[in-house]
Write a protein that binds this ligand. Structure first.
Ligand SMILES: C[S@@+](CC[C@H](N)C(=O)[O-])C[C@H]1O[C@@H](n2cnc3c(N)ncnc32)[C@H](O)[C@@H]1O
Length: 401
């Protein structure tokens, strides 16, 4: 008999993450839980998820066709049928559970040591002009109405003045959802975009760079490392993310980033004040209205000859089949990402043209997360085998010309 087995690459171990000075201390069991969840996520996406296609083709679609005498017309119809299918229900429930368990593990770990974490962060931040907080900045309504991807308290909640446990939770837990695919510092996206710009536009020398919705700076720091002579400004509305992110940058020895508490839709920066404006996994967490406002603000803040780029999952297009859209849209319904579908339905070329960009300058590329073995400041010579560890993203952008 010719038995064929499929072997999936296992995720790296959680302890592989760089344990910087403000990184929380995990117990044996917390580490074991994170490792279990990262492996379960890998198994769910690599082995279980493909079965949804079979359930769709063999059961869900034929039943719909027989009942309605036609094909599905949109992904809402597909989801409405898929959610009655036991295979999809099992996959979906497991996926949701891994997220809930990630958050429980991370919140338990970080709340336990919240006072110590706050103290360490405070020491590293004290007296530094590169952390600028402004209590008048309001967290937009679209961020406060729910806990983003099941993260209790989302990005902005402080349990006491100076509490950074929300950010520390994010720092430890993203590993689980990405099955360790973003590297030791969870910075594979920022490295990838820097590598692309350095390789494709070696003469472009940005003096001022803005990273919008920087979070705790996972993807800001590689940009600052790739362009050490640039002044990098990283903005966010989540105070714990900014406090922790600034301390983390100090701990990692990266000093050319200023973290500021600002709303991207109304920053107060002067016209033409940045040469490169970046967002990474940010736009899908804002509302339809906010995306349009932010893009107009980006156009206003860019210098002539400047570039803006946005890292996200691929947009839904008429060419993407409805099943694929439905699976990709899971986060909108079951992972507290209410604007996920809204954002991925937007035509980015039209969005940018409406915000002022010349249509000719629009571009769309794919980048793969740079792994820890590569030097991201050098062009990628050929594809380096990384056994499926890296994530691949869609990037859209434009030049201001
Ligand atoms: C998924 S996190 C992405 C973090 C970061 N870009 C990264 O790559 O790790 C999205 C971040 O956007 C921030 N955010 C959402 N709306 C914002 C707004 N209007 N202005 C500034 N930051 C915002 C949230 O507080 C959160 O930290």
């Amino acid at each position: 008999m010719n038995a064929k087995t499929t072997t999936l690459p296992v995720p790296p171990v959680w302890s592989n993450i760089t344990q910087h000075e403000v990184f929380p201390i995990a117990t044996h069991d917390e580490i074991a839980r994170y490792n279990f969840l990262a492996n379960l996520n890998k198994h769910l996406s690599g082995v279980i998820a493909p079965g949804n296609r079979l359930a769709y083709e063999k059961r869900v679609k034929p039943r719909f066709q027989a009942e309605h005498g036609r094909d599905f017309q949109n992904r809402d119809e597909v989801r409405a049928e898929m959610k009655h299918d036991p295979y999809y229900q099992t996959w979906s429930a497991l996926r949701r559970t891994t997220m809930e368990m990630r958050q429980q593990n991370g919140r338990t770990m970080t709340i336990r040591q919240a006072p110590e974490l706050a103290e360490k962060v405070q020491k590293l931040n004290a007296g530094k002009a590169t952390l600028v907080l402004n209590p008048d900045v309001k967290v937009p309504h679209y961020l406060t109405i729910m806990d983003n991807h099941c993260m209790p308290g989302s990005y902005h909640t402080e349990l006491f003045e100076g509490d950074v446990s929300a950010a520390a939770n994010y720092d430890t837990g993203l590993f689980v959802t990405t099955a360790g695919g973003l590297g030791k510092l969870t910075d594979g996206g920022g490295k990838a975009i820097s590598q692309w710009l350095l390789s494709h536009h070696p003469d472009f020398k940005p003096r001022r760079i803005l990273d919008i919705g920087c979070g705790l700076g996972h993807n800001t720091l590689p940009i600052a490392q790739a362009y050490p002579d640039a002044e990098v400004v990283a903005i966010d509305v989540g105070v714990p993310m900014l406090r922790y992110g600034h301390a983390r940058a100090q701990a990692l020895g990266i000093k050319n980033v200023t973290f500021m508490q600002l709303d991207a839709a109304n920053t107060g920066f002067a016209d033409a004040s940045f040469d490169w404006i970046q967002t990474t996994m940010f736009l899908h967490e804002t509302s339809f209205k906010a995306i349009h406002r932010i893009m107009r603000e980006i156009y206003r803040m860019l210098t002539d000859g400047g570039i803006t780029m946005h890292i996200e999952q691929p947009q839904y297009t008429p060419e993407m089949d409805l099943f694929e859209q439905t699976i990709r849209d899971w986060d909108a319904f079951y992972n507290n990402e209410p604007f996920w579908g809204v954002m991925h339905d937007i035509d980015p070329a039209t969005l940018m043209a409406e915000s002022g960009f010349n249509k000719e300058t629009f571009f769309q590329i794919g980048v793969r997360a740079v792994n820890d073995l590569e030097d991201f400041t050098k062009p990628r010579p050929t594809e380096v085998e990384d056994y499926g560890r890296s994530a691949v993203w869609n990037v859209f952008g434009a030049w201001k010309k």
